[in-house]
Design a protein around this ligand. Sequence first.
Ligand SMILES: [Ca+2]
Length: 508
Amino acid sequence: MRVIKNTFFKIVTIIVVASLTSCNTNSQNKSTAKETSTARLNEKKPNILLFFTDDQGTLDAGCYGASDIQTPVLDKLATQGIKFTQAYGHTVCCPSRAALLTGRAPQRSGVNQWTSCHPDDHQGRVMDPKEITIAEHLKSYGYKTGLIGKWHLGATMDHGPLDQGFDEFFGFRGGFIDYYSHKFLHANWQRPQFHDLYKNKEEIFEDGKYFPDMQVSEANRFLEESKNDPFFLYVPFSLPHYPEQPDSTFIKQYKHLEWPRSSYAPMITTLDHRMGQILEKLDELGLRDNTIIIYMSDNGHSTEDYYNWNESYGGNGGGGFTGKWRGAKGSFFEGGIRVPAVISYPKLFPQGETRDQAIVNLDILPTICEILDIPKPKNKLDGKSILDIIKSDDAKSPHEVMHWMWQGMWAVRKGNWKLIYDGHDTTGKFSIHPEKEFEMPEYYLANLDDEKPEEINYSLKEPKILKELLALHQGWAKDVFEGSGYPDPNSAEGKEEKIVKTKGTTKL
Ligand SMILES: [Ca+2]
């Protein structure tokens, strides 16, 4: 921090001296001197490259212990930065993206239900336009901003990336696309599959082109065009989200693995390879030294398996690796929310170190503000700067208590205790229910320090802890729903908000 501040003051001094010494020159010279000084100041502002992966499991990278999957790019990035073992995203895409981009609990921005996927789809939500995204905030400090990939915070045309501070957008507005036809594949009798590929606000058609390659070429074009500006480039990959259409080059090497790991692994290596192509461009342009690289996944691996008229396009029902952690995407067990994450900025941060303190994607925005030494947005943030943790293994996590919520389901963690309300285990690991995933008691209290974490429910054994965590959630929910325009779905007024689901519940 001090290094940045000192540099900043030196530059300000240069500008002041430059302005004073130019007092006697004509106005044209004055403006040239000012432009030069501004350019010099901009030159010193670090760029930010934010990679966000989609449904990459808790430990699904070589550097996280997945020895059966090749991720040379991520492994190298970890040696050039800080790797986090307790980084949290959210349980599914929408709330994770809202939290990442705003630094605020998704419920504050109205994202407690799925956001719309089609521009004419007014049934789904949109993230509140009043929210201040990282892009919007950095833009006000002179940053050029781009989003190349997945939005998923409301597909209506006046609620897209360009309405939330991004200068440029290339990608899709909804949840996922077929990697070649660029169609959103979830269809029902009311809504057939539809095309979802946009350049800014214009729908474009590139049928047959592999989306990750288009993403790399657009990201690299953005880097080329922005090399002289400070920039914030957000690259939310769709990989390794289904449909499982990897680069075919990477299929053969995983044929020996068990299904569905064998179908999922090539998706991870494709992701790693395309990320590498963007990092190569950054190196080629000589921008690496002045760019902060942040990488994390949005949620745990998917266990979904969708079929459409007998044609499977799903995630082949799993394949992710979570080690000792239970759960997957859609669950508040650790395997649903704990994600891989690396921050790399060799110029100022340690390299090849690991941090075990708890952090969450809400922290990215305030951390960027502290690194850049700029004020945080004025609205109420839930994230905290983790710069101290990046710098020191001894710094304490700023999160004594952590909260997550999606629809009527929620989780709260304090220390090693985590209480999940109305949740389910999407892996179905311990279930005898035919639908597997839905079998969980109403309250599930887990001790993360257990040898096999989250396999024992302490709800009945530890009523005091349950009560304490429940009260913490209730206080939090009151705060985040207040002024959001939507009621808490678990409150009397919010009953119609609650998603009705079939589940085998064992009430307390
Ligand atoms: Ca996701």
